[in-house]
Write a protein that binds this ligand. Structure first.
Ligand code: DGT
Ligand code: CA
Ligand code: CA
Ligand code: ZN
Length: 593
């Protein structure tokens, strides 16, 4: 199989690090790092772009040399320049530089001077004093590295956003309780951009007495280690192992501070280039006129961007890829928000593997302010998840129809029906035809090869009763890899058959992921943001799904369940490919790009 964009990005990230270890020019190192970050964010596979004969140098950050290496990697499965670098350097150095607090240069010194090639080896050397003996190291730096390693091992690199965001919210609430006079305070960095995994939490705020806030942070009960406690910045590690960086700034320059630490780094780099051409330079304190040296301060982000002649850009799209051009061409999208959702189409009750009675799920969904919902318990499938037999599904349909009169919210009869290994549905056609909404999902035979899985998914989408494909790739963040399938073929089939794809908002899944949803939107595939709630308290997880949609540049009309009840009912009652007319009508009658 051709290397994925992620694998290509990793290769270039490693190239940059190896060159840095060798002491190559900063220009070359940055070029590789920039290419890596760009490629990671692309929505369609490079292997396919290459096959279509597209000019890869049109991608920002990809020049001739890098595009040749991409072609070599895709064509031969390896890149000779990279293999050569690996041979030249001590083994294991690439793993060492991933330890927080150890850069490529230090990793190189550890490999060469101490002959160490593992993280555990570094921890040992830090503990017995050998690390401190290295040039430019010292006991303090070695101790700090040891603490970093311990934190790193405890958390295993990045944290899924579903865990990180509640931690940030809890810490902000605790700080506000300790220091009630704190002004605005936000998570910045990857958290504010709603990345699916979070390296560390960056909190940015203002307060009349900044030092009191730092003092409060280090004393919070959930803090187990203090890395930095200074006047400008305080860094701590909380019980879960996550690092939190806190910075308190002046209210008058808060806009620049928040903008800088929201990133992404790539967005900031592109913005800085853009500003430079106007004779301006950017930093976390404001905007400086490079000629006069005069610094302007900005209380909010809007005025910061306005000074550069730009509109405010939602953090979710600050990837440094497309948002600057779109701003200049005045085609920034009005992104979908939580308030736009009018229904949830994937909900479980205690009838299958959900926790709560149907009535509780209906009440909780109605409390979200929704106009409609679909109850979608599992099919009997492999006998797991307490799936419903044909008979139980029939009695559930009857029950739901009779319950309707008690509620204003429209309760649609649905199922999360297994897609069997051969692409057939787990219920007979006549039964499926009685349902209002069918979410079809893969829950078994996930190891199928790419061609088989692709055919299986397409067969499911061709079924006239299948409304939505649930959690398309079946991945679980940090636990289960996505299934292998031909993304482009599947997205195209979704459009051709008039089948919607789910953005499963459950933060363990986030499936479709942002880049896949971005491509689906481009192809005009209806997207449904569903929580897949198994408990009545899970409904507010929709915010994670909305964030994925926003990172995919979705406007309300790209999302199926922002439709009014009337429009949605018209949509599901229309035979399948034709129902796209209703979807397209909302998108201003414009055909997809
Ligand atoms: P993470 O923590 O790995 O999930 O990702 P971020 O984006 O939160 O990165 P982090 O915590 O290292 O830094 C927060 C933001 O601060 C980042 O998005 C942009 C800004 N920033 C940090 N270091 C630099 C830098 O060297 N140059 C520029 N331009 N911006 C930086
Ligand atoms: Ca961060
Ligand atoms: Ca940080
Ligand atoms: Zn489900």
């Amino acid at each position: 199989m051709a290397p994925t964009n992620e694998q290509i990005a990793e290769l270039f990230e490693n190239m940059g690090s190896l060159l840095e270890m060798k002491g190559d020019t900063i220009f070359k190192i940055r070029a590789y790092q920039r290419a890596a970050r760009t490629i990671e964010q692309l929505s369609s596979p490079l292997s396919q772009a290459l096959e279509n004969g597209e000019d890869l140098t049109k991608i920002p950050g990809v020049g001739k040399a890098i595009s040749e290496k991409i072609a070599e990697f895709i064509g031969h499965g390896q890149v000779s320049a990279y293999e050569k670098l690996l041979e030249e350097l001590p083994p294991g150095v690439l793993d060492l530089k991933d330890i927080p607090g150890i850069g490529p240069k230090t990793a190189m010194a550890i490999g060469q001077e101490l002959g160490i090639s593992t993280v555990e080896g570094v921890a040992e050397a830090a503990a017995d004093g050998r690390l401190a003996g290295l040039p430019r190291m010292g006991q303090k730096a070695a101790d700090s590295i040891l603490r970093h390693i311990q934190a790193f091992q405890a958390m295993g690199s990045r944290t899924p956003i579903g865990q990180a965001l509640p931690i940030a919210e809890e810490v902000i609430a605790a700080l506000r309780e300790q220091c009630p006079d704190i002004g605005p305070m936000f998570p910045a960095g990857s958290l504010r951009r709603w990345e699916e995994t979070i390296g560390d939490i960056d909190l940015i705020g203002t307060a009349p007495n900044p030092e009191a806030v730092g003092d409060a942070l280090v004393k919070l009960p959930m803090v187990k280690d203090v890395l930095v406690h200074g006047p400008k910045k305080t860094s701590v590690v909380v019980e879960s192992g996550m690092q939190i960086d806190l910075r308190i700034g002046e209210p008058g320059s808060f806009g620049a501070l928040l903008q800088y630490f929201t990133g992404s780094q790539q967005h900031n780099i592109r913005l800085r280039d853009f500003a430079q051409r106007q004779g301006l330079s950017l930093n976390e304190y404001g905007i400086t006129n490079t000629e006069t040296g005069k610094v302007e301060e900005f209380a909010d982000e809007e005025s910061f961007y306005a000074r550069l002649g730009l509109p405010w850009m939602p953090p979710e799209i600050r990837t440094g890829l497309y948002e600057l051009d779109a701003s200049l061409e005045e085609r920034l999208p009005g992104l979908v928000g939580e308030a736009d959702l009018k229904g949830d189409l994937h909900l479980h009750s205690e009838w299958s593997d959900g926790n709560d009675p149907i009535e509780l799920m209906i009440e909780a969904t109605a409390a979200q302010g929704y106009e409609y919902m679909a109850l979608t318990d599992h099919s009997a499938g492999l006998g797991v998840a307490n799936g419903l037999t044909n008979e139980r599904l029939e009695s559930q349909i009857a029950l739901l129809r009779s319950l309707q009169e008690n509620y204003d919210i429209m309760v649609l009869c649905g199922s999360e029906c297994d897609i069997r290994a051969n692409g057939e549905m787990d219920y007979p056609d006549e039964l499926l035809a009685q349902l209002d909404v069918v979410v079809a999902s893969v829950h078994s035979a996930m190891g199928q090869d790419q061609a088989t899985m692709t055919a299986r998914m397409i067969k499911a989408m061709e079924h006239p009763s299948v409304t939505i494909i649930g959690h398309l790739t079946t991945r679980l963040l940090g636990q289960r890899e996505p299934v292998e399938f031909d993304l482009e073929a599947v997205l195209q089939a979704a459009r051709d058959t008039g089948t919607a794809l789910e953005i499963n908002a459950s933060p363990e899944r986030l499936d479709l992921r942002d880049t896949h949803a971005y491509r689906a939107r481009e192809l005009g595939v209806p997207l449904a943001i569903n929580t897949d709630s198994h408990h009545h308290t899970h409904l507010d997880k929709r915010r994670f799904g909305v964030a994925v949609a926003r990172r995919a540049w979705c406007q309300p009309e790209d999302i199926l369940n922002t439709m009014s009840r009337e429009d949605f009912l018209e949509f599901i009652r229309m035979p399948k490919p034709k129902r796209l007319e209703i979807f397209d009508r909302r998108r201003n009658g414009t055909a997809p790009a």
